[in-house]
Ligand binder design. Structure first.
Ligand code: SAM
Length: 284
């Protein structure tokens, strides 16, 4: 695939590329807080010496999303021009798994990459830098996806759903409650010549009661996924697969308990650092 010259690559007006930074002192686990911040639209995070998390956020970021119990200990703004340039310069091909590399649209495909996905983060989560995405991508590689219908809940940039399509899925449906994800999905689908896909802003409630998928992907926090787990189960026929990521290793047992009570058997699992991902097959 030919890279797009970065000067020619479509960008929103400069003003909308400006960023703010906010230093948070989150309560509880820093790993979970960082995932939550990415979920809430952070474009980058840095752990500071004082234990705070500096989040780089879009200029017009909705501050009402900040969890009430988190303290703010600093904030500022980055000039649009500086942010835009440093953001682009930072972006390089990123190896997600042994097989998959994510490549910014204006960069050549690395010669040693077996599969390249062209995408840029913009404001949606998912360029493969986070362990939860890497683990889910690894799991996709060992699942039988050929000719399967796949549903990616919380798709972000579409990295997992589009990877499933490249690995052989016949149809990929994607959704995200973040409306910013939709233009990003459209752009990434075009950049990667993805066919047979559809996406909507919203979640599982948009689906009719007769809809079924062979494979469901959900890389999101347990607190986000568990409330909808019964609805997800209803989408899966016996034999259907559910890929869960975004779990701390210590949460594995909670997932195993739910698998056992819901009639799912563990089909694959992977772990990296503090993070865990697993796939369940519906057996009854
Ligand atoms: C951790 S990100 C994962 C993004 C991408 N799938 C990846 O693997 O890198 C989780 C995404 O789930 C979305 N999300 C959270 N709760 C959701 C829900 N109930 N329904 C749909 N999307 C949701 C967030 O907006 C966010 O984009």
């Amino acid at each position: 695939m030919v890279p797009v010259a970065w000067e020619d690559y479509f960008w929103p007006p400069m003003e909308s590329r400006a960023a703010i930074w906010i230093d948070f002192l989150p309560t509880g686990d820093l790993e979970l807080a960082s995932m939550e911040l990415f979920d809430l639209g952070a474009m980058g995070l840095e752990e500071l010496d004082n234990g705070a998390l500096r989040a780089w956020l879009p200029l017009l970021w909705d501050r009402s999303q900040i969890p009430l119990e988190w303290k703010i200990c600093g904030e500022g703004e980055v000039e649009a021009k500086d942010w835009d340039l440093s953001w682009r310069l930072q972006q390089e091909p990123l190896r997600v798994t042994d097989r998959l590399v994510v490549v910014p649209p204006w960069v050549e495909n690395p010669q040693d990459a077996e599969i390249c996905l062209r995408m840029e983060a913009k404001q949606a989560f998912g360029t493969g830098g986070h362990e939860s995405t890497r683990l889910a991508a690894k799991i996709l590689e060992v699942l039988p996806l050929d000719g399967k219908t796949v549903f990616d809940i919380g798709a972000g940039t579409g990295i997992l759903g589009f990877y499933a399509k490249i690995l052989g899925a016949s149809q990929i449906d994607l959704c995200d409650i973040d409306p910013d994800a939709i233009p990003c999905l459209e752009e990434n689908a075009a950049l990667n010549s993805i066919q047979d896909w559809k996406a909507w802003a919203g979640s599982i409630e948009a689906l009719g009661s007769d809809v079924r998928y062979d494979v469901v992907l959900a890389n999101m926090l347990r607190t986000e996924f568990f409330p909808m787990r019964d609805q997800v189960l209803a989408l899966m026929p016996v034999g259907g697969l559910l890929v869960l990521s975004g779990y701390l290793a210590r949460e594995r047992e909670l997932v195993m308990e739910w698998f056992a009570s819901a009639g799912l058997e563990l089909a694959a699992e992977a772990a990296e650092g503090d993070w865990w991902a697993g796939a369940g097959r519906r057996i009854k």
